[in-house]
Design a protein around this ligand. Structure first.
Ligand SMILES: CC(C)(COP(=O)(O)OP(=O)(O)OC[C@H]1O[C@@H](n2cnc3c(N)ncnc32)[C@H](O)[C@@H]1OP(=O)(O)O)[C@@H](O)C(=O)NCCC(=O)NCCS
Length: 345
């Protein structure tokens, strides 16, 4: 286990948060719930029918896991009422009708969609964090959170980041051996304001979860106006504007741009191309102009550079929600539970 994950678990243990896992039907999630309780870094609520979970996982120790069956739980109507109220007046894009005609319709819906059920438990304050996505798509995992949990104060964009961990704990251009890449997984073509939000949230993730002092670089193919793409995507002015907006909103964050990747990480290039910048040449948080650049970038670091990618970690929600990859292992689920518990601080 990487040292950073050990630190995250140790810090999460002190917080003793309660994390809901709505996918009781998935054995990887059940095994992770059992391990989490055994290791003691979070309390776990698993959604599903207790007999069915026990029958499907005969060798897993379920002691210490709280299992809630939404079909019989006495707060289900309260959650349905919360959902109806939160979404009143919203129109379903596909049908053109109200999302929920009444509380009964909301109840029927949450009994089919346990991720939404879990999001309502989170909204009610009955749990501190939510981890799902082992057997649901990213869109179906995040949509309940986007609809009822919404964003943290001062942030209008939910985004994601990867904590990138260097092989052997260090790299010439990344002396801490840890850095943060964003957004590689949620926002497809963010505008300048959304990129500013992503940068601010990523600085928080770097500080609170990766446990590094953030120095944020806004990435581009241009450094401080050296390149121009007025004709195509206007991505250079977008990153310049995002840099301005993020600095204005959070002057306390060490953040600068726009930079090419080498100007952001290599001291000799940074000095040459942006001599007055505090970030050039020693950045450790990297904000990409869109999901194409971010997703391709983190996979290059992973495959060619041997970096381990921890994430995607969702950021910007008012309360922590994280999305698992459908190819995840039980160990991956355990890591995401620990991260979510730490985000709930
Ligand atoms: C995040 C995502 C799932 C949202 O899609 P969606 O459910 O169709 O979103 P909608 O446009 O219907 O919006 C639903 C609500 O969430 C809000 N919302 C959507 N994206 C948001 C974001 N990034 N931040 C904050 N709110 C957001 C909308 O404003 C809307 O609110 P409302 O219904 O209260 O008015 C979508 O952007 C997506 O699929 N992203 C790419 C994910 C992906 O495939 N990743 C690959 C993994 S590597």
């Amino acid at each position: 286990m990487s040292k950073i994950l050990e630190n995250i678990k140790a810090q999460a243990k002190l917080l003793n948060k309660r994390i809901v896992l709505p996918e009781g039907e998935d054995s990887r999630v059940v095994v992770a719930a059992s391990e989490t309780v055994k290791e003691g870094f979070a309390r776990v609520v698993l959604l599903g029918n207790p007999e069915e979970i026990a029958k499907a996982n005969p060798t897993v120790d379920l002691n210490g896991i709280e299992i809630i069956d939404p079909v019989t739980y006495d707060k289900t109507v309260t959650y349905a009422e919360m959902l109806y109220k939160a979404r009143e007046g919203k129109i379903n894009k596909k049908t053109g009708l109200p999302e929920y005609a009444d509380v009964d319709a909301a109840k029927a819906s949450i009994l089919k969609d346990y991720t939404m059920y879990a999001a309502l438990m989170l909204k009610a304050g009955d749990v501190d964090g939510l981890v799902s996505g082992a057997c649901h798509s990213t869109a179906n995992t995040l949509r309940p959170g986007l609809q009822v949990i919404k964003t943290a104060p001062g942030i209008n964009t939910v985004s994601s980041s990867f904590i990138m961990i260097a092989p052997d704990g260090e790299n010439k251009y990344n002396p801490d051996g840890v850095c943060v890449f964003a957004d590689c997984a949620i926002n497809i073509e963010p505008d300048a304001q959304q990129i500013a939000d992503i940068a601010i949230s990523s600085a928080e993730t770097a500080k609170n979860i990766a446990l590094i002092e953030p120095r944020v670089a806004m990435l581009s193919f241009s450094t401080k106006g050296s390149g121009n793409d007025d004709k195509f995507f206007k991505s250079v002015p977008k990153m310049q504007e995002a840099t301005r907006l993020a600095k204005e909103a959070r002057p306390d964050i060490i953040l600068d741009g726009e930079f090419q990747f080498d100007a952001a990480v290599a001291p000799e290039v940074g000095k040459l191309k942006a001599p007055d910048s505090k970030v050039a040449g020693n950045a450790n948080v990297f904000i990409f102009p869109n999901i194409n650049a971010g997703n391709i970038g983190y996979k290059i670091a992973q495959r060619f550079g041997g970096y381990m990618a921890l994430g995607p970690i969702c950021q910007g929600f008012a309360k922590p929600i994280n999305d698992l990859s459908r190819g995840c292992s039980s160990d991956d689920v355990i890591a995401v539970i620990a991260i979510t518990a730490l985000q709930a601080q």
